[in-house]
Write a protein that binds this ligand. Structure first.
Ligand SMILES: C[S@@+](CC[C@H](N)C(=O)[O-])C[C@H]1O[C@@H](n2cnc3c(N)ncnc32)[C@H](O)[C@@H]1O
Length: 268
């Protein structure tokens, strides 16, 4: 049984699945992905089982499995998972990548199952109950292991609302207060965070925050800026700038998205 939010999310991604990977080719996504990988790769275990929660088409499951790790791509959307399985087969990684349909708010695995958890691309923001999801992720993570997660940043959402000549100041005030925003082009709500909200949530759920980053900080991916960074050498240097700024305390809240890495040290 799905609640309304889960039904909307599932319907959206089921419909969008075939096209989902196309957007990864944009320059903005390249910058975003390079920063994201810096907050995944160093925390991967040498061996063991990884949960890619809200893993979608397996965009991250594939590079993780290429390191020899077993990955379960866990998602609400059957269609996103179908693409993930197809890609795993094409890459010769079917023996390492499997897919499971399910909700991050009620994970179908026993406690202390996974050696690493990824929740990238906003599943915590989209699931309808971030606290329930993070508590579940904590439950299934083994002690002394890491979780790496990307979520929506409230300030970046407000920034976009203001820059779309939004005259509805009440909508902006209400979004800032509730942290819950209806995304018209997706057709469902997102729960967005400040860096402090995110630290507080993970800490409340028993996790120790190791790193927090904004991604990206300065690059907006407008048509003009995208054009300027077609050159691979310039793009490389832009990525270096973004990586160097991503963990700057005074700038994290400006990030397009927020990324957190946390550790399950001991029980609550
Ligand atoms: C933007 S996509 C990210 C996919 C992938 N992690 C990536 O980074 O490319 C968000 C994914 O979260 C999944 N999702 C949202 N709410 C979920 C929930 N409650 N349980 C499981 N998956 C969920 C969606 O179905 C979708 O595949």
């Amino acid at each position: 049984m799905f609640d309304k939010q889960a039904e909307r999310v599932k319907n959206f991604y089921d419909r969008f699945a075939e096209k989902y990977d196309e957007m990864s080719s944009s320059i903005y996504k390249k910058v975003y992905d390079e920063i994201t990988w810096r907050f995944i790769e160093p925390f991967l275990p040498r061996s063991g089982l990884v949960l890619d929660a809200g893993g979608g088409t397996g965009r991250w499951a594939i590079p993780i499995a290429k390191k020899g790790l077993k990955v379960i791509v866990y998602d609400l959307s059957k269609e996103m998972l179908r693409i993930a399985a197809k890609k795993a087969e094409k890459e010769g990684l079917s023996h390492l990548i499997s897919t499971v349909e399910g909700d991050v708010r009620k994970i179908k695995f026993p406690e202390n199952t996974f050696d690493f958890i990824l929740a990238e691309g906003d599943p915590i923001s989209y699931c309808g109950d971030p606290e329930k999801a993070v508590r579940e992720l904590y439950r299934v993570l083994k002690p002394n292991c890491y979780i790496s997660a990307g979520v929506d940043n409230i300030y970046s959402i407000i920034f976009s609302m203001l820059n779309m000549e939004n005259e509805d100041i009440e909508e902006i005030e209400s979004a800032l207060k509730s942290r819950k925003i209806y995304i018209k082009n997706l057709g469902f709500y997102t729960w967005a965070f400040t860096p402090k909200d995110l630290t507080d949530l993970f800490t409340r759920c028993g996790l120790e925050v190791i790193k927090m980053a904004g991604k990206p900080i300065l690059f907006l991916g407008t048509p003009q800026s995208t054009y300027a960074f077609q050159d691979p050498e310039k793009l490389r240097r832009l990525i270096d700038i973004e990586i160097s700024l991503s963990q700057e305390q005074s700038l994290i809240g400006m990030g397009g998205h927020l990324h957190i890495v946390a550790k399950k040290s001991k029980g609550l």
